[in-house]
Design a protein around this ligand. Sequence first.
Ligand code: SF4
Length: 185
Amino acid sequence: MVGALLVQQTMWENVEKVLSDLKCRGLMDVQAIASMPLEDLQEVVRPAGFYRQKASRIQNLARHIVHHHSADPCRMLEKDVGECRVELLSLPGIGDETADAILLFAGRKPKFIAAAYVRRLLDRLGMISSDDYGEVQRFMESRLPLDAELYMRLYALMVHHARTVCRARPRCQDCCIRYRCRFTR
Ligand code: SF4
């Protein structure tokens, strides 16, 4: 859940440093994050960028879990997926993509994350052309089995492909799926 908030507007590599620092300091704990001075949390979060905003969002989430779920994130994530999503979206700094990343990677719920990278790739492949997050998510979820492992793997592969090959300026000559791609035709 912390990772999903930290990765906003930065690369995962920067998030990993912060996560490992939080673990080393014994701070990967809901009660600890909820009660620590915000300035101290900001210092730990700093390498992930936008550290004031992110520290405050992480602490808000931790305090929400303390007050509404007895400090147990699993109790929140065990709820019905729709209800849990609405609850996450009600918290500051949590939008569609962050809520779905939490539901998928922390809650193991089959939610398709229709991130900008993923939408661009689907558009170029000729599958769906839309900037509407919900429309792309519904399109994919209606075609995939309800399998969280599959969603996680597919998301990781699509983001990796979009970051390394199907970039803003696509490297189609190096692409393993170019013969199936409408963009190259
Ligand atoms: S062929 Fe080009 S546009 Fe199509 S998926 Fe590959 S890199 Fe992207």
